[in-house]
Write a protein that binds this ligand. Structure first.
Ligand code: ARG
Length: 467
């Protein structure tokens, strides 16, 4: 009996130790090839670096190295051209590639796995994959931030109601509102940059769990693959997936932020708000109600957030009861991770495009500000600045608002004489203060909604984007 599981591809029995092959069901249950083939490019990169190190250390010959390089490059070609035949009985991406390599170059192919295990191999592949994904996501975040900035810049002085409890609170600049999301995405991007440092450490060399008896050079492999360092404990390196969990947490926050913005878009598109319109290409109609224009894309972003949060919980749960070191449980890390990356990438790409087509109805926004006594705080502040304790001022304004309600108008619509009934300290200068624009203008400090501050925030943001 052939002792080599890779050579024994038809109904593999692993080795002479096994007396019967796995059933078709078990084979399908345990195989990861359906989803881990997307690691192929990284698997080949890792193998090339490993082989080069083995040769440099005198563990394999120069001839073997050259054969491996040639064989892997042919395999890479076959995969890119979709000619590569993936076999479920070969379980995963690693064994599929190794088997093909051996078919192409013979014994040199079998030597590639010297001083290596699939345990450190797969951990390396995922880290390489995730590193690329993080870089892609960071640049997509920047593209979306740029789209936010462009829209914010057009609406520095556009006044809208700011809400708390979804009730009209105070007038704000629409640009300021958009810039809040810029800040969220900025932190998302910083979190990913930080996460990347821990992703970018090399597990290879840990072998199955304890390291290897060959004179390997892990630092060389790390350098060849662009890792910032090598994982410092072999057991930890092959077993923990905390870097994937951390990434998944970062992704969950990104989706949370996008979901919040989506929720606002959905509300603002409702005719009762009528603040914005999305371009038709992001909406659909109804098959029965001809008047409908549904914000499908933001709704799906909100909906897909559940899936990303679910993946985070799946990964945490996957890890929580595993004893050291590698366990097959870890094979379950891939689908949640891949789906997270795919969903985030698609969502960010769509969002940047969607933002560039947002139509803003400034009149509707202004009308909404004038319907909620949004400048009540400004009146209270005015009185306080004239010496009335804030709590008393609050009470005076509450009565004034009640009066406006009775007259069925906004606080801002009351005549000076009306206002003066409530306090003798109110003078003609109040008129400007109680306008939405006056109110917005007055919040003039770092982080405030005054247009000059929003302008400054946009300039800081542009600066941040260039570095
Ligand atoms: N397909 C496996 C995974 O995704 C590769 C590592 C398998 N290692 C093992 N000893 N069975 O985790």
């Amino acid at each position: 009996m052939n002792n080599d599981p890779v050579a024994n591809n038809n109904k593999k029995t692993w080795s002479g130790r096994f007396s019967e092959p796995v059933s078709e069901l078990v084979e399908r249950y345990t195989a990861s090839i359906r989803f881990d083939q997307r690691l192929a490019e990284y698997d080949i990169q890792g193998s090339l670096a490993h082989a080069q190190m083995l040769c440099q250390q005198g563990i394999i010959s120069q001839d073997d190295l050259m054969a491996i390089q040639q064989g892997l490059s042919q395999i890479q070609q076959e995969i890119r051209e979709h000619r590569f035949v993936w076999l479920q009985e070969l379980e995963d991406v690693h064994l599929n590639i190794e088997k093909r390599l051996t078919a192409l170059i013979g014994d040199a192919g079998k030597r590639l796995h010297t001083a290596r295990s699939r345990n450190d191999q797969v951990a390396t592949d995922i880290r390489l994959y995730l590193r690329t994904a993080i870089d892609d996501i960071i640049s997509l975040l920047k593209a979306m931030q740029t789209a936010l900035l462009n829209l914010a810049e057009q609406h520095i002085t556009t006044v809208m109601p700011g809400f708390t409890h979804l009730q009209v609170a105070q007038p704000i600049s629409f640009g300021h509102h958009l810039m809040a999301y810029f800040e969220m995405l900025k932190r998302d991007s910083e979190r990913l940059i930080d996460c990347r440092k821990r992703v970018n450490q090399l597990p290879l060399g840990s072998a199955a769990l304890a390291g290897t008896s060959y004179p390997i050079n892990r630092e060389l492999v790390a350098e060849l693959l662009g890792f910032e360092g090598v994982c410092q404990n072999s057991l930890d390196a092959v077993s923990d997936r905390d870097f994937a969990i951390e990434f998944s947490a970062c992704a969950s926050l990104i989706m949370t932020h996008l979901s919040r913005l989506s929720e606002e878009f959905i509300l603002w598109m409702n005719p009762s708000f009528g603040f914005i319109q999305l371009a038709d290409r992001f909406c659909t109609g109804s098959s029965i109600m001809p008047q409908k224009k549904n914000p499908d894309v933001p709704e799906l972003v909100r909906g897909k957030t559940g899936r990303i949060h679910g993946h985070l919980v799946a990964l945490l749960t996957l890890m929580k009861a595993q004893p050291l070191a590698y366990n097959k449980d870890n094979q379950e890390d891939k689908e949640p991770l891949f789906d997270t990356v795919d969903t985030i990438i698609d969502t960010l790409r769509i969002y940047a495009d969607m933002l560039s087509g947002v139509q803003v109805n400034q009149q509707a926004m202004r009308r909404a500000v004038l319907r909620g006594h949004a400048t009540a705080t400004d009146l209270a502040d005015y009185l306080t600045k004239k010496g009335i304790p804030f709590r008393d001022a609050h009470e005076i304004v509450a009565k004034t608002v009640q009066y406006a309600e009775q007259k069925n108008c906004d606080l801002n619509d009351l005549e000076l004489q009306d206002l003066q009934q409530f306090s003798q300290l109110i003078e003609a200068d109040i008129v400007k203060i109680l306008t939405p624009e006056g109110s917005m203008q007055s919040r003039n400090h770092t982080g405030g909604t005054a247009p000059s501050q929003v302008q400054a925030a946009i300039e800081r943001a542009r600066q941040w984007l260039t570095v």
